[in-house]
Design a protein around this ligand. Structure first.
Ligand SMILES: Cc1cc2nc3c(=O)[nH]c(=O)nc-3n(C[C@H](O)[C@H](O)[C@H](O)COP(=O)(O)OP(=O)(O)OC[C@H]3O[C@@H](n4cnc5c(N)ncnc54)[C@H](O)[C@@H]3O)c2cc1C
Length: 429
């Protein structure tokens, strides 16, 4: 069934989500034989439907932007935040910060089942050998060097050799679990419940097609509202897992209770009808101890997952594929597939995601005070730059330092009780 199982090994990619498909495209472009093994049969549903503008560069690289346009995904021009008890929103528009190499002032909201299928087909069109319904059970090692995978398909088990194994299995983290590399996040332990609705009142303003984030009056609680089509809206409730546990409610009741908990949200959802099953996700923030080793690399969620408040996940998946492909190509040029060869990839992605993480941490610490940085002339463009996914190859992010300084000053000041109360209990050291 798998044609190449005995042929000269190339790269075997575990998982055909955005990370795996983008990697397949980059490798095929460079003339490197690759095989994507996907356990599901696409289209398959997936959480993570709103993107950031930095994804445009990768889509352009891969000649995929025209597919995004052809398929008519909803254009996303900005983002809006709604405070918990007051009416009104703080909005940003991407056109305020034109990004180098990005010639459009919008990104997209996507039905992931459609996007992921299109991207996987695109990889196949570029030359990836794609097999769906094939479950990778484990990565095979020769000593400490990965040399293939053991798969299960249609009741049979067989081995596929590889020069490099790339784990792009998302939060299933096939290789991370096998090598016991997973470190759960010390701060974020969140829980999300989400579904699609028709009849959500998105308003008529310019921000109707933005992503809307409603703050909830509970620990690290928020709601996303993402337009998937002109009729369908994705709505998700997120909070610390302890908030869910302490409520003693089942996930359905918990979800609907939070949708009623702020006036603006309750109004938006007044006539909304659910059109698919509620799904929940938990325990999703973590980092792998290492992102690479001899003969193997982890990309996308298989390497690292940070809180989704800024819609960073697909961007990280695509950029990690891009940067991993650069080192893998060098590996094929030199015949060196060692950990050392792949290390520059790890450093680049670790550095970029560390900036996302610091930004997320500052955001949850500041909560309403975050809007000061959006409104400030001095900081707004830098905040936008981050929100648009400009996190790689940066030595210095002055606005993050400014946020830390601001927090320290509030904590140290004897007279800033109002501000102190606004800060959350997130540790920043
Ligand atoms: C609550 C929540 C909200 C989110 N919101 C957003 C958002 O708005 N925007 C955003 O950009 N991101 C968001 N994300 C993150 C986003 O979902 C992920 O970052 C993104 O899907 C990562 O892509 P990936 O290719 O690494 O993994 P995935 O998309 O998960 O793809 C992995 C693939 O591997 C396959 N697979 C798994 N195990 C095996 C196996 N053993 N053998 C073969 N195949 C296997 C799976 O079937 C899957 O198709 C959110 C995440 C959560 C939890």
């Amino acid at each position: 069934m798998i044609k190449n199982a005995d042929a000269k090994p190339g790269v075997v990619v575990i998982g055909g989500g955005p990370a795996g498909s983008a990697l397949g495209c980059y490798l095929s472009k460079a003339g490197i034989k690759n095989m994507i093994l996907e356990s599901a049969i696409h289209p398959r549903a997936h959480v993570g439907e709103s993107m950031v503008t930095s994804t445009t560069r990768v889509f352009k690289d891969l000649d995929f932007l025209k597919v995004m346009e052809r398929e008519g995904f909803v254009r996303k021009y900005g983002a809006a935040w709604h405070p918990p008890q007051k009416e009104g929103e703080f909005a940003i528009e991407f056109r305020e910060f034109p990004q180098p190499g990005v010639n459009q002032d919008y990104t997209y909201h996507v039905d992931r089942s459609k996007l992921d299928l299109l991207l996987l087909k695109h990889a196949q069109g570029f030359g990836s050998e794609v097999y769906q319904g094939v479950h990778v059970r484990e990565v095979l090692f020769d000593g400490d060097r990965a040399c293939g995978v053991r798969v299960q398909a249609m009741g049979h088990t067989f081995d596929v050799p590889a020069s490099v194994v790339v784990d792009a299995s998302g939060r299933k983290t096939v290789l991370g679990r096998q090598l016991d590399l997973k470190i759960n996040d010390p701060i974020f332990n969140q829980f999300a419940v989400h579904a699609w609705f028709e009849g959500v009142d998105r308003g008529t303003e310019v921000s109707a097609d933005f992503i809307h984030i409603y703050f909830l009056p509970v620990k690290r609680g928020w709601v996303w509202q993402i337009p998937i089509t002109d009729k369908v809206t994705s709505v998700g409730v997120v909070a610390e897992k302890e908030v869910f546990r302490e409520s003693r409610l089942d996930s359905d009741k918990w979800f609907y209770e939070h949708l009623r908990s702020t006036p603006e949200l309750a109004r938006a959802m007044r006539n909304a009808k659910r059109v698919n099953e509620l799904k929940s996700e938990g325990d999703y923030s973590y980092c792998m101890e290492r992102f690479c080793g001899n003969g193997w690399v982890l990309i996308g969620d298989a390497a690292r997952f940070v809180d989704p408040i800024f819609s960073s996940g697909v961007s990280v998946a695509l950029y990690s594929a891009k940067y991993a492909s650069e080192q893998i190509v060098k590996g094929f040029e030199t015949g060196d597939f060692s950990e050392q060869m792949f290390k520059p990839y790890e450093e680049k992605v670790r550095g970029g995601v560390a900036i996302w993480y610091e930004f997320i941490r500052m955001y949850y610490k500041l909560l309403p005070l975050f809007t000061y940085f959006i409104s400030s002339k001095e900081h707004r463009i830098q905040v936008l730059q981050l929100l648009q996914g400009e996190v790689y190859n940066r030595d210095d992010v002055p606005v993050l330092k400014a946020m830390r300084k601001f927090i320290r000053e509030i904590e140290a000041s004897p007279d800033s009780n109002v501000f102190k109360q606004a800060l959350s209990d997130i540790p920043i050291d």
